[in-house]
Design a protein around this ligand. Sequence first.
Ligand code: B12
Length: 374
Amino acid sequence: MNATGITDAVRADFDTCLADADEGGALELAVGLVTSGVSAEDVLLGLVAPAQVRVGERWECGEWTVAQEHAATHVSRLTVDAVASAAPVGGGSPRHVLVACSDGEWHVLPSHILAEVMRLRGFQVRSLGGSVSPHELLSDVHQNGPDVVALSCTLTFNLPLAQRQIETCQCAGIPVMAGGPGFGPEGTWAYALGADLYAADARDAAEALLHRWPPVLCGESSVQAGAVEEYAALVRRRPELLADLIHVLRDVFPGLRERPGGSGLSDVPYPSDIPSPSGVPGPSGREHEDGTDFLGRLLDSLAAAVFVDDARVFTGQLAFASAYFSARSVEPRCLLAMTDALADRLRGSPRTLDTLSAGHRCLATREADSRRPG
Ligand code: B12
């Protein structure tokens, strides 16, 4: 039992409900905790949020299909709503928070949990759901005049797009609080992009807005002109680089196939035929996502790493890709081939080359570690 009253046994029961897509069981358990005196905030942050992290791990290691992940996430979503409506709303703050996801970001549940925790703390909350463009965000800011925009980012390759949103809100005089794993350890990349505030979770966010208001606005992006230049070159060359990679890596990278007689981006996507770890194709016949999307995201991560001038954005994505492949019996060596192929094509871009070298080193170390006995 921990301080919140949520025991390991309760966690295990909730995990089972998610695994079985048992909506009734999950709701009964979670709402039961609230009616027995556990705070709704503790249930959201101490039960549902960590269960979702485990859902991700089960998908990443190949134990669960995408469909199982979707079903579990749906149950979590229902649980968040039920828990939030079972609890009394606090009378804390008249401040108006606009919750949004970064452009390109479809991980909505984190922002939904944040929104419900803020609402329970008495904030007025307006939530825009998934991916929103800077233009749409600004238009909502104009129409609804929030005191602060709370921006959620899960995937690091969305960072350059997040910066446009941050700038846009600040131009309208609205401070931005950033959060979510995409903003890096302790919000390093949130501050690099010029966010005014960062909070690690919904509880810290509420505390900051309740007790440290108005925020001391920092709002200065440290992104350098040279980095933007190389980032822009990568974005401009993305179609050509992706087409090249598809051609060069077609025999080593899973899920890539060129359309006969074609070349370039229009040749893709083709679904992958890489089997699941068990060798049995799943119900959809497609256990692997399309290799082209995968490569595209690696290119976007490279571009994002160059943009914020931190190779960890790229190496983090490579570490994820390598673990994902290993779990599906695909040699992660194809990732080394990718970094080398890109280095060959990007010789005139020093920051990009440095980032690719860091990526190469990270993959080589992982490979050496995996071969070490024990
Ligand atoms: C559910 C899920 C999805 C669903 C999302 C559905 C939905 N409605 O949300 C769908 C199917 C759309 C999805 C898609 C993808 N996903 Co996904 N997904 C997840 C999963 C399992 C759960 C997400 C979640 O709810 N987390 C729980 C929340 C509560 O935790 P949290 O993010 O840390 O949020 C807390 C704090 O960070 C903070 N916070 C969050 N935002 C904010 C904002 C502010 C302002 C503040 C103050 C605080 C704050 O407060 C929250 C509560 O305390 C995660 C696993 C994980 N570890 O999270 C993978 C995960 C994030 N996904 C992953 C991947 C790879 C993808 C895809 C690229 C896969 C694909 N093949 O297409 C796509 C990308 C889609 C896109 N462009 O956005 C990887 C990312 C790995 C990586 N390094 O890149 C993960 C980590 C899974 C894994 N273990 O491999 N995914």
